[in-house]
Design a binder for this molecule. Structure first.
Ligand code: NAX
Length: 328
């Protein structure tokens, strides 16, 4: 039997948590032979803690053979203790009349504290995925607040956007989702993101050549992917949860177990390539293997793409400037 992997999940009693935890415990994230210990964090409020208790009761009731232990807590240092993986899902939602700037600052407080707690108690090799919005900037804040941990281990979730783009592209091109390779979503997890299918192939065939429709790209594909979150809220009355949990599973699964040479999108601290200033948490194409990701280098950036990539970068730089005073 393998040694259990400690997986911390924040916002564990929320909607995404409710989809995510059961799939982690059933082995879908780390493999059907990998036991896990779930370390779940929720707000101290009675309602949140009671809901967390209920989730833990249901986890018990699944009798998952791979679930080697559970911790439920309102203390980040307990939840992150020796964590090998941390899924930071809980975040402050936008309240009525709340400005974007206030939302950013409220979340900055949460992710500064959680970054510091990870720095103090997590495994020195902890792999962090930030899902809670604004995901890229929250991941940047957590990374900056954890100076003793490798910066490259802090990532933001762009995988939902990547998966959304895959489905849209598959439908347009009339190919199977699983056959598509070399797709990427650049930038921020926000409507400014840039889904880029210029390099995408299916069965070795270029999908750009197959579709051959620039108007579809600019007027349908990019806005549909960018506004998909809002479309789900309008249809469901609630934000994406199962698909977000699924994307988090995909992100960590591929990071830990490898993407088999395929490109996947991860929000990672920039190394300065593609004109993205160093440190900015930006969605880029990566190939993953054995717990490491490697950027896909040397892709040609045409004028249309440059403009789209700069637009989403400008938004990230603005967010970064908005929290700079908190990060010393
Ligand atoms: P919910 O409001 O259902 O759940 C969030 C949970 O987090 C709540 O139970 C709350 O008590 C808890 N929480 C809040 N602050 C906390 C803190 N400081 N420590 C521990 N727990 C805390 O939201 P849900 O639908 O689950 O979404 C969670 C986050 O994911 C939101 O910020 C949402 O905007 C974000 N999303 C990000 C996506 C992405 O692709 N990056 C897509 C889906 C989703 O919109």
């Amino acid at each position: 039997m393998k040694t259990p992997v400690r997986v911390a999940v924040t916002g564990a009693a929320g909607q995404i948590g409710y989809s995510l935890l059961f799939r982690i415990a059933s082995g879908e994230m780390l493999g059907k032979d990998q036991p896990v210990i779930l370390q779940m964090l929720e707000l101290p409020m009675e309602k949140a803690q009671a809901a967390l208790k209920g989730v833990m009761m249901e986890l018990d009731d699944c009798a998952f053979p791979l679930l080697a232990g559970m911790v439920g807590t309102d203390d980040a240092e307990v939840a992150f203790k020796d964590a090998d993986i941390a899924l930071l899902v809980g975040a402050r939602p936008r309240g009525p009349g709340m400005e974007r700037k206030d939302l950013l600052l409220e979340n900055a407080k949460i992710f500064t504290a959680q970054g510091a707690a990870l720095n103090k108690v997590a495994s020195r090799d902890v792999k962090v995925l930030v899902v809670g919005n604004p995901a890229n900037t929250n991941a940047y804040i957590a990374m900056k607040s954890a100076p003793d941990l490798p910066a490259k281990n802090f990532t933001a979730m762009l995988r939902l956007d990547h998966n959304r783009a895959l489905s849209q592209l598959a439908a347009k091109a009339g190919v199977a989702v699983g056959d598509i390779e070399k797709l990427v979503v650049w930038g921020n997890h926000s409507p400014t993101m840039y889904p880029d299918y210029r390099f995408a192939t299916a069965g070795g065939e270029s999908l750009k050549d197959r579709i051959n429709d620039d108007a579809w790209n600019a007027e349908t594909f990019i806005p549909t992917v960018g506004k998909r979150g809002a479309a789900i809220i309008e249809a469901r009355g609630l934000s994406s949860a199962a698909s977000a949990a699924n994307a988090a599973i995909d992100h960590i699964h591929d990071w830990m177990l490898g993407s088999d040479g395929k490109w996947v999108t991860m929000g990672v601290p920039s190394d300065g390539s593609y004109g993205i200033p160093e440190g900015v948490m930006y969605g880029v194409p990566v190939i993953t293997k054995d717990g490491e990701y490697t950027r896909v280098e040397g892709l040609e950036i045409d004028d249309f793409s440059r403009a789209a990539m700069d637009k989403t970068l400008a938004e990230l730089e603005e967010e970064r400037a908005g929290v700079a005073h908190l990060l010393g």
